[in-house]
Design a protein around this ligand. Structure first.
Ligand code: 13P
Length: 250
């Protein structure tokens, strides 16, 4: 049985005051969350503060990226060691915003995946197609290519150390959610593709859905056989909404 995961990607939002309030609100509601593994990914400058506030609750903390190198002259980057040091258990890798706006290639994303693993951080590995790609019928090819870059570098077994998040780019921040059927179809494709290489890894691997997930649609999405939770953007910034999504797994 795969444990449901609900992860909040706070992106570049918040202030010292607001993240304190958000984390306190989430921690306070955790007694009603018994099934889902819950992770929050704050902006890097707030990670220490949030992991301090998360201490003693069941909430885990992740970063929104990780450097592919371990130390040295890499201005602006954060190493796996540093992220571990401030309490990160997970790191989002290959988010479509990083790929589209900051030029992260499949190869760089794979290297970041490798860096997370070698530093004992679990990759929360994002994949997904743009609207144009969906409309030209290459959704599965795009997801396969993104996964293959990691498999080529690290081997299929490496996927067992992390979580995949399928995030169709056209559904991110748009309020336009994939239907449960559309999402399930891609999730099943992803699991099947991995199963063709290693059935055990595929069976144990959690595949989250991301893209305009909210308290109103979470239950049906998470209820699909191959959807093991969600990576939440906008709705993770309100404790009440985020907790309601976590409770969709109850
Ligand atoms: P939204 O939930 O705001 O669509 O964002 C999803 C996302 O990008 C999570 O990583």
């Amino acid at each position: 049985m795969r444990q449901v995961m609900v992860a909040g990607n706070w992106k570049m939002n918040g202030s010292s005051e607001s993240v304190k309030e958000l984390m306190a609100g989430i921690a306070a509601g955790m007694s009603s969350v018994t099934k889902a593994e819950v992770v929050v990914c704050p902006p890097a400058v707030y990670i220490s503060r949030v992991s301090g506030a998360a201490d003693g609750s069941a909430v885990k903390v992740g970063s929104q990226n990780i450097c592919d190198e371990d130390s040295g002259a890499f201005t602006g980057e954060l190493s796996g060691d540093m992220l571990k040091d401030v309490g990160c258990e997970y790191a989002i890798i290959g988010h479509s915003e990083r790929r589209a706006l900051y030029g992260e290639t499949d190869e760089l994303v794979a290297k970041r995946f490798a860096a997370a693993r070698r530093n004992g951080i679990k990759p929360l590995f994002c994949i997904g197609e743009t609207l144009e790609e969906r409309e030209s019928g290459v959704t599965n090819d795009v997801c396969a290519r993104q996964i293959d870059a990691v498999i080529a570098l690290e081997g299929v077994e490496a996927l067992a150390d992390g979580v995949i998040a399928y995030e169709p780019v056209w559904a991110i921040g748009t309020g336009k959610v994939a239907t449960p059927e559309q999402a399930q179809e891609v999730h099943a494709f992803i699991r099947g593709k991995i199963a063709s290489l290693n059935a055990e890894v595929a069976e144990g691997l959690r595949i989250l859905y991301g893209g305009s997930m909210n308290p109103g649609n979470a239950k049906e999405l998470i209820g699909q056989p191959d959807i093991d939770g969600g990576l939440i953007g906008g709705a993770s910034l309100k404790a009440e909404d985020f907790l309601a999504i976590c409770q969709a797994a109850e």
